[in-house]
Ligand binder design. Structure first.
Ligand code: SF4
Length: 163
């Protein structure tokens, strides 16, 4: 785990920890307010994100911006990341080995952002995030109980945000 963004971002450059590295155009690390109270987590980049290297752009991004508008949230106020940072081919769900290989980056992002609320987009994103094996002890020690009690899933978004 890194205690600063610079080292974390450097550590992911040219990552080849899983097979998604073979088909990606860009690593989609994450974007937004690094001190955000709310963090949105999706499953993985789609085609537009892969091309631009940024999460939730293109059609998915437009829909997400509309959802933010309805909720009275400014996109620049929140932090947005994905479980896997490289696009699964054909926009399929990330496979278990891919999610596990990539999860350290996300854990580190959550530790650095320290969000009060985590919104997990789509049901399988929530399932992956809460998979028991993914919550290892070092992560649990760094996230205090108060923060962990403020984790929510947003299953409704599955019908709004589709790539
Ligand atoms: S998905 Fe994550 S673990 Fe896999 S190659 Fe990309 S950055 Fe590395």
């Amino acid at each position: 785990m890194f205690d600063n963004w610079e080292e974390l971002e450097k550590s992911i450059e040219n990552c080849q920890k899983c097979k998604l590295c073979k088909t990606r155009q860009n690593i989609v690390f994450g974007t937004g307010n690094k001190n955000a109270d709310i963090m949105f987590i999706g499953e993985g980049p789609g085609a537009d994100e892969d091309r631009q290297g940024e999460p939730f752009v293109g059609r998915a991004g437009k829909l997400m911006n509309m959802a933010f508008q309805m909720l009275g949230i400014e996109r620049k106020e929140v932090y947005i990341a994905n479980i896997v940072k490289c696009r699964p081919p054909g926009n399929r769900n990330p496979e278990e080995d891919e999610a596990e290989a990539c999860m350290d980056y996300l854990r580190n992002q959550v530790i650095l952002v320290k969000p009060k609320i985590i919104v997990l987009l789509r049901k399988c994103c929530a399932k992956t995030y809460f998979r028991k094996r993914i919550w290892n002890n070092s992560y649990k020690r760094k996230i205090n109980r108060k923060e962990r009690n403020k984790i929510y899933t947003n299953l409704a978004s599955s019908s709004i945000i589709k790539r």
